[in-house]
Write a protein that binds this ligand. Structure first.
Ligand code: ADP
Ligand code: MG
Length: 470
């Protein structure tokens, strides 16, 4: 048992960070201070009512789990919320909160998500493998980037094990919606009329469970647990690479389930043919059903996602901010969500409405914090200082020779050092279109090969930018 609130909370934080990743962690958990641990109640202080509400809405399930695991099932969490009393010193007040997903209301964790009684081993060997009810088809935005995967997923959700999409294999890079989509399928089936048994598990957890089963001589229990399901969802199968024994047991489970008409759904970060460390006979089975990919979200989808997110948080922001975000974050949806969340948090902390200025600041601090990558603002600043032209001149329509050259170089480096699309880069240079950026990159390349002075400038600039990139 933990006697000290700091140690107790730190242990919880380690688990939370593993679960939600750096950005959510920095935004929502770093500002929390543990206050006391008494009578099996851990009290934590949060900076505002908004924080408290956000945590309750988005992380109640995680918090409950972590408290259960780190402290014990009879422990509770209480929040102490700092309130702004208008000028005077802020006096925290404490809210006593059940923090029990199965009891609290209005957050989607109704009684139907309690482990089914006849299936007491939902937490097989202590690993929680429940579906997360926040993922649904309803809140999965459809776009060109995910249309096939979504409609195949929907067909499977309506008729699991019956369509020819068995197994259903979805693949794509990080943060593109694989987990969301397969969990949406799982939730749709689990809440459907037939009361099917659905299991969602990451391949990593599956491998750990299997490892524990071997260690404790409980392989029989492990297998029969998995052989009973109607729908098995295995997330991120690339983690099976190189794990021969785990692949073998999975192969066995796969065959059995497939033969008995159970539905199998898998995700991977790459197409089956590129899963090098997997047994050939396993990979060939992955191809029996349907394989569909999730691609990077296009501009329209990004706009729709931002709008939806804002709507669901009850926040409205100006169109120019939505556009700015959609142009600036085009890598994946998780990152886009992270930026939106930080923006909301920032606006609540500094008590300012969300506007373009705040969006720019937020984005800058995030890009800087996450991986100290060279961002487009930094490139523009460095280039403008180097050539003694203003940043505004880089963005405006001036056709003066030195300015055009500086502008083209800045575009060239933006293409090289950031993940932004050509369209986004153009946007950040006074709303130019993508062909202008292509032209800039070509011109720079040509001139680099033919003009020694130009080559020198470029190399020197690159050195300056690289200093920052390290
Ligand atoms: P992956 O498993 O591919 O790494 P996730 O499914 O975890 O990605 O998605 C990352 C985040 O983006 C999640 O919060 C998810 O809800 C959200 N997301 C992904 N795709 C969509 C979509 N099409 N519509 C709405 N939200 C999405
Ligand atoms: Mg995932």
């Amino acid at each position: 048992m933990q006697s000290n609130h700091n140690t107790a909370w730190n242990n919880c934080l380690t688990r939370i960070r593993d679960d939600i990743g750096d950005q959510g962690f920095e935004t929502w958990f770093k500002p929390i201070k543990p206050i006391k641990l008494e009578d099996k109640i851990l009290t934590i202080q949060v900076p505002s009512q908004f924080f408290y509400e956000y945590l309750e809405e988005h992380y109640v399930h995680l918090l409950r789990n972590v408290i259960d695991n780190q402290l014990g099932k009879d422990f509770r969490l209480e929040y102490s919320v700092i309130v702004d009393t208008g000028g005077e010193a802020k006096q925290p007040y404490t809210i006593s909160l059940p923090n029990n997903p199965t009891r609290s209301s209005g957050n989607g964790y109704g009684a139907k998500f309690e482990p089914r009684k006849e299936y007491s081993s939902f937490e097989l060997f202590g690993y929680d493998i429940k579906l997360n009810p926040i993922y649904s088809f309803e809140n999965f935005i459809e776009g060109d980037c995910n249309r096939l995967a979504r409609s195949a997923g929907y067909a499977v959700a309506k008729r699991p094990g019956v369509t020819s999409f068995n197994p259903l294999m979805l693949y794509g890079g990080v943060g593109l919606g694989k987990t969301h989509l397969v969990q949406a399928i799982g939730n749709e089936i689990a809440n459907g009329p037939e009361k099917k048994i659905v299991h969602y598990v990451s391949s990593e957890k599956f491998a750990n469970q299997f490892f524990d089963a071997i260690k404790n001589n409980r392989i029989q229990e492990f297998s029969s647990f998995y052989l009973k399901v109607d729908v098995l969802i295995i997330d991120d199968v690339q983690f099976f690479e190189g794990k021969v024994k785990t692949q073998e047991i999975f192969f066995h489970i796969f065959n059995h389930l497939h033969q008995s008409g159970s539905q199998i759904i898998m995700t991977s970060d790459r197409p089956p043919k590129d899963l090098d460390g997997l047994m050939e006979r396993l990979v060939s089975r992955f191809k029996w059903g349907l394989t569909a990919d999730l691609q990077q979200p296009d501009y329209e989808t990004r706009i729709a996602i931002i709008n939806r997110k804002m709507q669901s948080d009850g926040i409205s922001i100006p169109d120019n901010v939505i556009e700015y975000l959609a142009y600036s974050v085009d890598t994946n949806i998780r990152e886009l969500e992270g930026v939106i969340i930080s923006l909301i948090a920032n606006s609540s902390l500094v008590q300012k409405e969300i506007d373009l200025e705040l969006a720019k600041q937020t984005l800058k601090s995030i890009v800087h914090d996450i991986d100290s990558e060279v961002g487009i603002d930094y490139i523009q600043k460095t280039v403008s200082e180097f050539f003694k032209v203003s940043i505004d001149q880089l963005k405006d329509k001036t056709r003066k020779k030195e300015i055009v050259m500086a502008r083209q170089l800045a575009m060239y480096f933006s293409k090289e050092y950031t993940n932004l699309s050509l369209k986004s880069i153009g946007y950040h240079f006074g709303g130019r279109d993508h062909s202008t950026v292509i032209h800039a990159v070509q011109t720079v390349n040509d001139q680099y090969d033919t003009d020694n002075n130009f080559k020198k400038s470029l190399d020197e600039l690159r050195k300056k930018l690289k200093l920052k990139a390290i």
